[in-house]
Design a protein around this ligand. Structure first.
Ligand code: GLC
Ligand code: CA
Length: 551
């Protein structure tokens, strides 16, 4: 079968600096992933909205940075109630972002630089303007009625059960459809009706969606709301959250055991994995697995026959503190099966950027976080702008675009979704000067690519160098993780394999890691790169280093 990924893979392996002699280089495991929010990366046609040709035009930058794959938040046709996460046609490109031909060109150009393209698959729900739902709500007997989850009102005439939607805890996940007198389920906006994954037609339709994109050369999917797509068939009430539950679950008020991680989900994941594996060049599946129990996270890897990568919310939602971060890593390491491979992301389009949320504006801490992401065992997943240390951008009330979280007050998720600052010029190099971008640009004089790219002390240079170090150093990619016993207080150090130590000092005081003999391969204080370490690794306040050991 003609396979556009296979076509490029030979040349990719031959030309990529890192492929060297390792024959089992696997991009989703050995490489670095980079999430792009397409509306905010680069606008090619001056309408203020980022688009696919804009991404294509910046592939040289991504190649220079050294990322192995990009994951694009949804690109398919959408009324944009939730900016692409409400899909009206899965096998299309939204006109704001370009055309199918633009998607093909992006994949081809990316492949010629050794970069894979992953898309976002949104299987939990569609837009209410998807033809399936338009048909489904037309009558109880319509052809696609059972593609969605419908239920009669509860005993008192209200919602059928106690499930709440994610955009406003305490709001029911149900809306009454007056035409048929039944409620339909939606775990997000009322205009995002949940699909019924008990229906074989839904399963088959999504098989086709996967194949449609895989056949075009898509290297994998990030699967939206992955852990939640199959719901309890009997629609049982969730029990209340208890004191032992994770804070995120306690805040939601209920333990989501009947609308999340149902056992039948694994059938669907195995089905998708079989499709991914049916391609000559295997495609990868990264699930948005919103769980807070390491064992549960581990279950999504199956027996090596479900997800390749399961997103770790425990890290992303942890406080930026020790020992909490270290505990998340240790628990994940302990729980994952031998066939499971961790993925580490500190940010996304759904949460405040980590230079703001975790580092609270402290650039030194932001640099430590980048070293942490690249230094853990597992695939680092960067969110666009993190390589610049880009903080949240305040979005004035009259510019708010995120309806999803508006119900929760404030400006929702927009501050983490503002345009990529390419240059310190009007339009930020994101759009044409004089054009109002869809979301405001941040402080572009403080943070932009052009100023950082040739500055060896910038976080952009640090990011690029740590990504390359990882590519060059087998232990940093594949070596096991082991916490160093010197870790205490706000010092966290770990071995990678036998010959690398990564150490983070998050405190305001100096710290030292005993028993380290070797050389600093990379330090957040770049003047220390190459420094000899004789017996003790000293770290300044809020400093991180990767050390190659003499063994
Ligand atoms: C996921 C997405 C988020 C979206 C939601 C509903 O959590 O990451 O942006 O709003 O699903 O699709
Ligand atoms: Ca545009």
């Amino acid at each position: 079968m003609h396979d556009p990924v296979a076509r490029h893979v030979g040349s990719t392996l031959a030309t990529r600096r890192r492929a060297t002699s390792e024959t089992d280089w696997t991009w989703w495991r050995d490489g670095v992933l980079y999430q792009i929010y397409p509306r905010s990366f680069a606008d090619s046609n001056g309408d203020g909205i980022g688009d696919l040709p804009g991404i294509t035009a910046h592939l040289d930058y991504l190649e220079w940075l050294g990322v192995d794959a990009i994951w694009l938040s949804p690109i398919s046709a959408s009324p944009n109630d939730d900016w692409g996460y409400d899909v009206a046609d899965y096998c299309s490109v939204d006109p704001d972002l370009g055309t199918l031909a633009d998607a093909d060109r992006l994949m081809e150009e990316a492949a010629s630089r050794g970069i894979r393209v992953m898309l976002d698959l949104v299987p939990n729900h569609t837009s209410d303007r998807h033809p399936w739902f338009v048909d489904a709500r037309s009558s109880r007997r319509s052809r696609y009625r059972d593609f969605y989850v419908w239920a009669d009102p509860g005993p008192g005439g209200g919602p059928p059960n106690n499930w709440v939607n994610a955009f406003g805890p305490s709001r029911p996940a149900w809306t009454l459809d007056p035409t048929s007198g039944q409620y339909y389920l939606h775990h997000f906006l009322p205009s995002q009706p949940d699909l019924n994954w008990w229906n074989d037609g839904v399963r088959e339709a999504f098989d086709q969606v996967l194949r449609f994109w895989f056949d075009r050369g898509v290297a994998g999917f990030r699967i939206d709301v992955c852990s939640q797509i199959v719901k309890d068939r009997e629609l049982r009430d969730n029990p209340p959250a208890g004191p032992g539950d994770h804070p995120v679950i306690r805040r939601a008020g209920q333990r989501p055991i009947y609308n999340s991680y149902r056992p039948e989900l694994h059938q669907v994941l195995r089905r998708w994995r079989a499709i991914a594996d049916s391609y000559h060049v295997r495609r990868a599946l990264l699930g948005e697995t919103a769980v807070f129990d390491p064992q549960q996270l581990a279950s999504f890897y199956g027996q090596g026959d479900e997800l390749h990568l399961a997103y770790n919310f425990m890290l992303q939602r942890a406080p930026f503190a020790l020992p909490e971060l270290c505990q998340v890593v240790e628990r994940t390491e302990a729980a994952l099966p031998a066939t499971g491979w961790p993925v580490w992301a500190a940010g996304s389009h759904d949460i405040s950027r980590y230079p703001t949320r975790w580092a609270e504006g402290d650039a030194a801490k932001t640099r430590c976080i980048m070293v942490m992401l690249a230094g853990l065992r597992g695939t680092p997943l960067l969110y666009y702008g993190e390589e610049l240390g880009m903080p949240d951008t305040a979005v004035p009330h009259d510019r708010v675009c995120d309806r999803g979280r508006q119900s929760m007050g404030g400006t929702g998720r927009d501050p983490a979704r503002t345009p990529m600052p390419w240059e310190p010029v009007p339009g930020a190099g994101f759009t044409a000067p004089g054009v109002e971008p869809w979301l405001p640009v941040g402080d572009i004089t403080a943070c932009n690519v052009a100023d950082q790219v040739d500055d060896p002390s910038s976080i952009l240079s640090l990011t690029r160098d740590v990504v390359r170090l990882r590519a060059r150093l087998p232990s940093l990619r594949r070596g096991s993780y082991r916490t160093h016993p010197g870790s205490e207080g706000e010092l966290w150090a770990w071995w990678r394999g036998d010959d690398v130590i990564v150490a983070l000092n998050l405190s305001d005081a100096r710290a030292s890691v005993p028993g380290v003999q070797g050389a600093v391969l990379l330090c957040t204080d770049r003047s220390r790169d190459g420094e000899r370490v004789e017996a003790v690794l000293e770290l300044a306040p809020r400093e991180a280093a990767i050390v190659g050991l003499e063994v």
